[in-house]
Design a binder for this molecule. Structure first.
Ligand code: C2E
Ligand code: MG
Ligand code: MG
Length: 560
């Protein structure tokens, strides 16, 4: 296969919405794609080399995998429905097909299973419709149905002027049982726990299986301490030994409780609050319940609120990129721009990335937000070039969590292809701390990005990790001196010495050196006199929207 065809296949595999699993004649998984990871919750590293059995739900589906082999010998392809296990528990019916993948001469065949969309509602019979709304393992309502039911309870509570308690219950150290005694044992335990939980409630109350070992419950309160009474009842019920496959096991649970309307009136926030309280209860030895409002401070509450708003912001496309010019110290010409994210929150106005990026990182939302930023910056830059403006390099900030994603380099490659931007016009800004985690893996990922032809710079250089040894090991093209040093260059000898040393270091290592935060002519002169290549800061321009940046760029030689 030519290199180009291989590259084409790689791009397709990384981007299609269908999950792909390649496995050998012994059922050992050889390859999975990112869509598979999204659909099943498993990462590639968790399944590679493992037996396909861990993914396929029941005996019937395992039988399908074996019998289809006979069928594809004659027909090349088998199509039908397979239930695939989700990492967080339960299974889902997918429209699937299985194909034969011929090995090289003399080599055995491999097989490819493609899993498409979940079997859609209109195709479902009563049982399957139940499966879409319910956790297939325990038969309890799943997260979607739980939210629906909670919505209904809140509407009724409002009408009759009553309160409601939302409880989220998780088993303490469930992963130890699951890993130690096996998934099949863990599944049986979850089923038994589900029955115990149901026995604690009236038939009309909702007990749901939200994910993994996490259950959600909602009850309308008739007395103020109803939440406490039920939480104590649950803890006691779970603590009683279970008998699974003739073996006695004891587990404990932790419960988080949020209250309607005291804590909030919004379904998503109430669930998030109860989960947060549960995590709090789990700290220490577990076997506890915890109310959200009693223990959570306003800061924690604000953070959770922001998480909910960020989710909405992604859906409603409330992000925008501003661009700040980077100017060549000698020619005074704009040679690049840094793309800086802004959030236009309809309620609170423009929000700084310093406020929302840390929450996005903590919650994993940085992945969709960051991908949008990369895509938008490349699209915009290409549009400027298509308009005939002088080509410049645009840099995008990348956080650790984005880089850790297994397919990050593939993602960059696809984004470049989609936008038509040449890779040399894209730069990624990463921080020093990012280079210190998981080093070997990160070197590989960064090298793949450099191999594509993109530039990589170290942002806020000088403030993070004190060892310089990594500079020689990582494929870095530029250092960005942190603005804290530039701010002080005129008043602090130490700061100016650090700035000079970073410039010298970059020159020695043949890297570009960029200074950020140049606010006045003294800063610019200092940087120019000391050999800094590129300067960025309010002296030239604040970060501005794309249209304004276009005006700056159309001035060929800037006379600042
Ligand atoms: P950063 O990457 O170090 O960006 C430079 C920050 O310095 C920007 O703040 C910029 O507006 C500000 N700045 C530029 N020139 C001057 C100056 O002359 N004086 C002063 N005082 N400040 C100056 P901003 O836009 O608020 O961004 C803050 C941080 O948020 C960024 O720091 C970056 O770490 C993060 N960030 C921004 N956009 C993104 C993004 O798309 N993804 C990720 N992961 N992080 C982002
Ligand atoms: Mg930056
Ligand atoms: Mg910086």
């Amino acid at each position: 296969m030519s290199q180009q065809t291989q590259a084409l296949f790689d791009i397709i595999l990384a981007n299609i919405d269908h999950g792909v699993i390649v496995y050998d004649a012994n059922n050992l998984v050889q390859h999975v794609n990112p869509a598979f990871e999204r659909m099943t919750g498993y990462t590639a590293s968790e399944v590679l080399g493992k037996d396909l059995e861990m993914l396929v739900s029941g005996q019937a589906d395992r039988a399908i995998i074996s019998t289809m082999r006979g069928s594809i010998d004659t027909k090349d392809c088998w199509q039908g429905e397979i239930k695939i296990r989700h990492r967080k528990g339960g299974t889902c019916p997918f429209n699937s097909s299985i194909h034969i993948l011929p090995g090289q001469t003399g080599q055995p065949h491999n097989y490819v299973t493609i899993i498409r969309n979940v079997v859609e509602n209109r195709d479902l019979d009563k049982d399957d419709r139940h499966n879409i709304q319910c956790n297939l393992l325990t038969g309890l309502p799943n997260q979607h149905l739980f939210k629906d039911r909670l919505e209904q309870v809140l509407i009724t509570s409002k009408r009759v002027n009553k309160s409601a308690a939302i409880l989220v219950c998780g088993l303490d150290r469930f992963s130890i049982i699951n890993d130690g005694l096996g998934h099949a044992f863990g599944d049986l335990l979850l089923k038994a726990v589900a029955l115990r939980l149901k026995s604690c409630f009236r038939g009309s109350d909702t007990v749901a299986h939200i994910e993994g070992d996490c259950f959600g419950m909602v009850l309308q309160m008739t007395a103020t301490d109803d939440g406490v009474t039920i939480a104590e009842k649950i803890l006691k019920a779970i603590k009683r030994p279970f008998e699974i496959k003739g073996q006695e096991v004891t587990v404990t649970a932790s419960i988080g409780i949020s209250l309607y309307p005291t804590d909030d009136e919004n379904v998503d926030k109430l669930i998030a609050y109860a989960k947060s309280a549960m995590r709090h209860a789990k700290k220490g030895s577990g076997n506890k319940y915890q109310f959200f409002s009693n223990n959570m401070n306003t800061k924690a509450k604000k953070r959770i609120e922001m998480e909910c708003s960020l989710r909405r912001a992604i859906e409603h496309k409330e992000f925008i990129l501003y661009y700040q010019p980077k100017v060549n110290a000698e020619s005074q010409q704009i040679v690049g721009a840094e793309a800086l994210m802004r959030w236009q929150d309809p309620e609170n106005g423009m929000i700084s990335p310093a406020v929302f990026i840390p929450v996005a990182e903590e919650t994993g939302l940085i992945e969709p937000i960051g991908t949008w930023g990369l895509r938008e910056a490349c699209r915009q830059n290409k549009q400027w070039q298509d308009k005939g403006l002088r080509p410049i390099r645009v840099s995008v900030n990348v956080s650790g969590r984005q880089l850790l994603a297994t397919d990050f380099a593939d993602k960059i490659k696809v984004i470049l292809e989609e936008s038509g931007l040449l890779s040399r016009y894209l730069e990624l800004e990463i921080t020093e701390s990012l280079l210190m985690d998981n080093t070997g893996d990160n070197i590989n990922k960064l090298q793949q990005i450099r191999d594509l032809g993109c530039h990589i710079s170290i942002d806020d250089f000088g403030t993070g990790y004190s060892s310089l040894s990594y500079l020689t090991r990582f494929p870095i093209s530029a250092l960005k001196i942190d603005r804290a040093f530039i701010k002080e260059v005129e008043i602090s000898k130490n700061a100016s010495e650090v700035a000079r040393a970073i410039i010298g270091l970059s020159q020695g290592l043949q890297m570009e050196v960029i200074a950020e935060g140049a606010e006045n002519i003294k800063h610019v002169n200092f940087l120019r006199q000391n050999g800094c290549d590129t300067v960025q800061g309010y002296y030239y321009s604040r970060p501005v929207p794309a249209e304004e940046f276009e005006d700056l760029l159309s001035i060929v030689f800037i006379k600042w």
